[in-house]
Design a protein around this ligand. Structure first.
Ligand code: ADP
Length: 355
């Protein structure tokens, strides 16, 4: 104790902290002051400075891990702030108490030396895809409302979230949309393969959006996208055909060429930042949807689960993915989403630690 799982990603570091709630009076007596301070500190909302954030709405209470009952807390901060996090860990005396932190993600390798030198902590490293799947399976069995889908996916204006029973999960395609994208085919808890991926992921959306609109944060990019219309940026089938491309049943409103109007000076002069943000989001999302669908059809699997922080506060992408899966598969594929979207790697990591 205390138990942490850390997923140090290309953009965000996700930290899951297990707070035991079944502490006996005897344990309490023995508990060092420093530990009780850390507990109080970590569960305080103001603890993470300007860039860190505790997702209180995701907190899981009354969870049993290795025979202990307690709460899981979910914290994230930009990986670029790692040195501040390490100074904080040092100043709170965490290093005296925690000798090993379970870590996954590329940063578990990249920052291993920093953890050792700056706070004298060892990293117990776990593979990020193993951790991701372990985290999903654990969370799904401990949180009945974890899995959902978008009902009426074919009409984005009325589609809404509905619970999905994911208690019989296998087989499923798992699409992890972080900075980049990985696609896995999962046949059992220890039986999966990485079948595809793309570098055009959440990092690409955010990077391009910052370049094109001058925005600074993911939240700002999503807000802009919500108010924009990609049809002012993209070339649609009807811009080329004047209507539908009937022979191949391609509707006129379908995007034929993402950003395809932007070669025209006049069109560039009339387009708004909001339109550009929306077009960037739609371009990246549709590309991910198309790869996911091809993977599902190659593997003959009909459930496609999307996770990763790209989906955070991003119903536009979730609805688009749900619609794309449904439309292009003629209703045979189902897009599923999970409440703890970006935290599964960190959860899986915490579960694998048995020190
Ligand atoms: P990684 O492990 O590669 O960091 P994540 O699953 O954490 O991947 O997702 C990172 C992506 O999530 C970013 O590229 C961005 O699209 C999106 N995102 C969501 N919230 C934020 C945020 N607060 N700051 C930066 N990116 C965010």
């Amino acid at each position: 104790m205390p138990w942490f799982g850390m997923d140090i990603g290309g953009t965000l570091t996700k930290l899951v902290y297990f707070e035991p709630k079944d502490i006996t009076p005897d344990e309490l007596d023995k508990e060092a002051e420093i530990l009780s301070n850390i507990r109080k500190y970590l569960t305080k909302n103001s603890a993470y400075g300007k860039t860190g954030h505790r997702d209180t709405h995701l907190q899981m209470d009354d969870v049993e891990i290795r025979g202990r009952r307690g709460s899981l807390h979910f914290i994230r901060f930009p990986t670029a702030e790692m040195s501040n996090f390490l100074s904080l860990a040092k100043s709170k005396g965490m290093a005296q108490l925690v000798t090993t932190v379970c870590a996954t993600g590329g940063g578990a390798f990249k920052f291993e030396e920093n953890f050792r030198k700056e706070v004298n902590m060892k990293l117990a490293k776990f593979d990020e895809l193993d951790a991701l799947i372990k985290g999903i399976l654990f969370t799904e069995t401990h949180n009945r409302s974890e899995c959902y889908y978008w009902e009426n996916a074919s009409d984005i204006s009325i589609s809404e979230e509905k619970a999905f029973d994911f208690s019989q999960p296998y087989p499923f395609i798992l699409v992890n949309v972080g900075s980049g994208v990985s696609v896995l085919a999962v046949h059992g808890p220890d039986n999966y393969k990485r079948i595809s991926g793309t570098s055009l992921g959440g990092g690409t959306f955010l990077g391009l959006c910052c370049l094109l609109t001058g925005c600074h944060t993911f939240e700002e990019a999503i807000q802009l996208a919500t108010k924009g219309d990609h049809r002012n940026v993209d070339k649609l089938v009807k811009d080329i055909y004047g209507g539908d491309y009937e022979r191949f049943a391609l509707p006129g409103d379908l995007v034929a060429s993402s950003f395809g109007q932007m070669n025209s000076k006049e069109r560039r002069n009339t387009v708004s930042r909001e339109d550009l943000a929306n077009a960037t989001l739609v371009t990246i999302t549709n590309n991910i949807g198309s790869i996911a669908r091809m993977c599902a059809s190659n593997e003959k699997i009909d459930k496609v689960v999307f996770v990763g922080n790209f989906l955070r506060v991003n119903p536009i992408s979730m609805k688009l993915l749900a619609y794309a899966m449904d439309y292009w598969s003629k209703g045979t594929l189902k897009a599923l989403f999970l409440e703890h979207e970006g935290y599964f790697g960190a959860i899986g990591c915490l579960l694998q630690f048995n020190g």
